[in-house]
Design a protein around this ligand. Structure first.
Ligand code: HEM
Length: 458
């Protein structure tokens, strides 16, 4: 366990007996909210690390919040003391879209959902998906033309939505993908507004002007999902994740239908947004690092010799995997995670009350020079097997850790390697000159202005 935070011990506040880490003395709501939060929570986190070290404390209203930036603390919360933590408050706003799906639910409800979905993510099942993934990427690469400008983050979103619908839901959504992607973009665009709006989950029922757009977009997503569920109910028998979810759904009451919708939407979004963003950032990083791009092309040409990749090629596409791992270090699609304590707890030398919110950020920890030398440098060599073995655990955690670790991790690695290899086999992407690139921490880490790239033949 990490010992004292860099700035020494914090004072005790509130009830006697608690020992709080150092941090903002005044309530963040009044003191720093205006300065940090609306602009970018990552800026607040980075400030906390610079000013207070591995663990920092602040308050919003009555709520105690601690921000962690040390692998020992992160392990303690996600693994060792996991039973004392729930996601609760930290996923309140995500629930407005995801409802009670696997990401946002707790306890028995969560356990059942995870058990139902597990077979679809089993090692033995994953290879089946490979050919569908490559098929979709090959189809997309045929629609690209040399010399055209494309928003690659939009293309990657379309591609990953198609992959998830084909692999996990045995559904061809090709005609509806545009609509789905637009609705998701609309919701993401409103996300910062939602986060800042007090009681947004209640206000959504009254629909003030800004939130009407959210409700409309959610309805459009729901309509696609309900159509897909209905079609499966009639047809059935695909053996897909959706069939497993249908079989586990007790009846067709309004409550069960709502649950089913929440489960499907969660997998849809978790499975497409994250991989799409990982790929969009990877294209950007490759365009800025021609040496790495050349090496990736060399590997693809050598290992595939002009044919499309298959599941069996994945272990040979080592450099592609290293590139993706390094890309997710610098631009982790899941950029922060939170937990809420059920009971008082000890963390290092600090003793914190039940109800404390604990936050950690992949974006911040992955860029800490103590764990990654020259952290802003894009260097896939950090992910050779030797370097990986040497790395201190919990300094790199793009997929989380512990019992709530990402269920789709193997799926995501396979998908991103196969999509990258298939597309990069034919095309090279360069950033359109003057295009602004800035990460925007929404539910996932998106490129704020999209990613305008020029398509070039290799
Ligand atoms: C690059 C891609 C991905 C990244 C970076 C990522 C990241 C994460 C992280 C960090 C968590 C844990 C959140 C927490 O503990 O608070 C998580 C959970 C989850 N992810 Fe992923 N994910 C990715 C891809 C996928 C895919 C492809 C799927 C499904 C097809 C998926 C489905 C889920 C689900 C259902 C959970 C909730 C698991 C639970 O709570 O039991 N993810 N993901």
């Amino acid at each position: 366990m990490a010992t004292a935070a860099r700035n020494g011990v914090g004072g005790s506040a509130g009830k006697p007996g608690y020992r709080f880490p150092p941090g903002f003395q005044r309530n963040l709501l009044w003191f720093a909210w205006r300065r940090f939060r609306p602009a970018n929570p990552i800026v607040l986190f980075q400030h906390l690390v610079e000013a207070y070290g591995d663990i920092a404390h602040y308050k919003i209203g009555w709520n105690h919040i601690v921000f962690l930036n040390h692998p020992d603390y992160i392990r303690e919360i996600l693994v060792v003391q996991n039973d004392n933590f729930v996601k609760e408050r930290t996923v309140r706003r995500s629930k407005m879209l995801l409802g009670e799906g696997m990401i946002t639910s707790e306890g028995a409800g969560h356990r059942t959902q995870r058990q139902v979905a597990q077979p679809a993510f089993h090692r033995q099942r994953i290879p089946e998906y490979a050919s569908l993934m490559v098929f979709e990427a090959a189809r997309m690469r045929e629609t690209w033309r040399a010399g055209e400008e494309r928003d690659i983050s939009r293309d990657m979103m379309h591609l990953t939505l198609n992959v998830v619908s084909q692999t996990l839901f045995a559904t061809d959504l090709r005609d509806e993908v545009d609509e789905l992607a637009d609705a998701i973009n609309r919701i993401m665009g409103l996300y910062n507004f939602l986060v800042m709006l007090p009681a947004a989950e209640w206000l959504v029922h009254v629909r003030p002007p800004g939130l009407a757009g959210f409700v409309r977009a959610r309805k459009r997503i729901d309509a696609v999902v309900y159509r897909m569920i209905e079609a499966h109910r009639r047809r059935g028998g695909s053996g897909s994740l959706l069939d497993m979810m249908l079989a586990a759904s007790p009846d067709q009451s309004a409550e069960s239908e709502q649950r089913l919708r929440d489960q499907v939407i969660t997998i849809f979004l978790a499975g497409s947004e994250t991989v799409a963003n990982a790929l969009a950032w990877t294209w950007y990083l490759l365009s800025q690092n021609p040496e790495c791009e050349k090496r990736l092309h060399g590997e693809i040409d050598r290992e595939l010799a002009g044919r499309l990749p298959t599941f069996d090629d994945i272990p040979r596409l080592r450099y592609a995997e290293m590139v993706l791992a390094e890309s997710m270090r610098l631009y982790p699609p899941a950029w922060a995670m939170g937990r809420c304590a059920l009971a008082d707890f000890q963390l290092g030398e600090f003793f914190l009350p039940a109800g404390t919110t604990v936050l950690m950020s992949q974006f911040v920890t992955h860029r800490d020079p103590r764990f990654f030398a020259d952290p802003l440098q894009f260097n896939p060599e950090r992910f050779t097997p030797e370097e990986k073995a040497r790395r201190v655990k919990f300094t790199y955690f793009p997929f989380g850790a512990g019992v709530r670790q990402c269920i789709g991790e193997s799926f995501a690695w396979m998908e991103s390697i196969l999509l990258l290899a298939t597309l990069a086999q034919k095309w090279k992407l360069s950033l359109v000159p003057g295009h602004r690139v800035e990460p925007e921490p929404l539910i996932t880490l998106r490129p704020k202005y999209g990613m305008k790239t020029m398509i070039e033949e290799r």
